[in-house]
Design a protein around this ligand. Structure first.
Ligand code: BGC
Length: 402
């Protein structure tokens, strides 16, 4: 016993399987200049307006270099509104050429792509037709999906049809924080049903052209718990609405894509650092939520037990301007992923959110998740120490832990 304790107190190195995929992750909307989509002009909490973000479309050479230096895999999306200017239209030539250039550069740099077809934002024309509230609009998205698959599928290794449909519906139709800023549980139910239907159809489209490509979604996993007796029912209800119910709409999944950031307690209201910083005097937190890394392992156990499907961590990270804190968080999270592997959970990969700081939706660009920073005036990229930490783990597939 004493002998074992001594071993564990020594620094040790943990190893990830040779085929384990490390990557970083972005979404086109958060890194490219906004173009005719439903976030254009939205005023963020930090006072910035959703418009120019990180100029990625002007810096693809440099950014492809950054992406390939950090990990062999990259999870990304394309801006639907830039590619398609109306329902069922052919792709805009300029946008198509641009994405071919970007994907070619990434391919030349040996970066494998996980492509996300939908990440929260929609073209204005889609929203004007009723967006996701109308099942009649699903074919418009499927047409976009099929065009992406035909045009760019050769660059792609695996797919996410939808990014975090559970978070998207809850923010857009329950809490009203994301466009279309509604609070209507009936519409929320209709939207998740329509998105589930769109996923099933998009899944079939991808398989028609690339039967061997793994296809899934990214599901936002959050631990909901109670802070006091009054929080028991709200926590359970939220867990049901957010974690248990929406996933049932997605039947065809080759893997379970999981994103994880936080635990949210209820007292009975939700307790987050953004809303109630005064409640975080004695517990770890980042700039948005409680920092509860163990929740990642808890979520992996929960969904492994339920689905027995390979898990890919499609997003995980920490919102902080304090980079040493990010390095520490990464180390903790990756150790927990390794623990899951040791328990026999089939985890296939880990994508860090995010490659560089970007426009954090309704909060704004001062909320930072990146391994690189972006100068707010010049948009110059600045490497953070966490970038070196991550690339070292991503390419060696090993991590020194204490
Ligand atoms: C989203 C990202 C977002 C990140 C941090 C995820 O919910 O997919 O777009 O920036 O979390 O909040």
């Amino acid at each position: 016993m004493t002998f074992h304790h001594q071993i564990y107190l020594q620094p040790m190195t943990i190893h990830f399987p040779p085929d384990f995929a490390f990557g970083t992750s972005t979404s086109a909307y958060q890194i490219e200049t906004a173009f005719e989509h439903d976030w254009v002009g939205v005023k963020a909490r930090d006072g910035n307006t959703f418009d120019r973000t990180t100029d990625h479309e002007l810096r693809i050479e440099e950014d492809a270099g950054i992406i390939s230096s950090l990990a062999p895999n990259y999870r990304m999306g394309l801006m639907w509104s830039r590619l398609q200017r109306g329902p069922f239209e052919e792709f805009n030539q300029e946008a198509r050429d641009h994405y071919h250039r970007l994907l070619t550069r990434l391919h030349e740099k040996n970066v494998s792509i996980m492509m996300v077809l939908h990440h929260f934002a929609n073209p204005k024309w889609f929203v004007e037709k009723g967006g996701w509230e109308k099942s009649a609009n699903i074919p418009m998205f499927i047409d976009f999906a099929e065009k992406v698959v035909k045009e760019f599928g050769n660059y792609v290794k695996q797919w996410n049809t939808f990014n975090e449909p559970n978070l998207y519906v809850s923010m857009g139709w329950m809490t009203g924080e994301f466009p279309p800023f509604k609070k209507n549980i009936f519409k929320a139910t209709r939207v998740i049903t329509n998105i589930g239907q769109a996923h099933e159809e998009a899944y079939a489209v991808i398989k028609k052209y690339f039967p061997a490509h793994p296809v899934g979604i990214s599901y936002n996993c959050t631990v909901f718990s109670h802070e006091n007796i009054l929080g028991i029912i709200p926590a359970k209800f939220t867990d049901y609405c957010y974690m248990s119910y929406p996933i049932r709409k997605f039947r065809s999944l080759d893997f379970f894509g999981m994103s994880y950031y936080a635990r949210i307690g209820f007292d009975p209201m939700p307790v987050t650092y953004i809303l109630n910083p005064e409640k975080f005097k004695d517990r770890p937190h980042d700039d948005m939520w409680e920092f509860y890394p163990r929740g990642l392992l808890e979520c992996m156990r929960r969904f492994w037990k339920e689905f027995r499907k390979p898990i890919i961590i499609t997003e995980n990270g920490i919102c902080t301007g304090d980079d040493p804190k990010r390095v520490q968080a990464l180390s903790t999270y990756l150790t927990l992923v390794h623990d899951a592997l040791q328990e026999g959970i089939d985890v296939k990969g880990y994508y860090h959110w995010s490659t560089w700081d970007n426009f954090e939706w309704s909060l704004g660009p001062t909320y930072q998740f990146g391994l690189y920073g972006v100068d707010p005036k010049t948009r110059e990229r600045m490497k953070k120490p966490s970038a070196d930490f991550f690339r070292q783990v991503a390419f060696s597939k090993q991590l020194d832990v204490r």
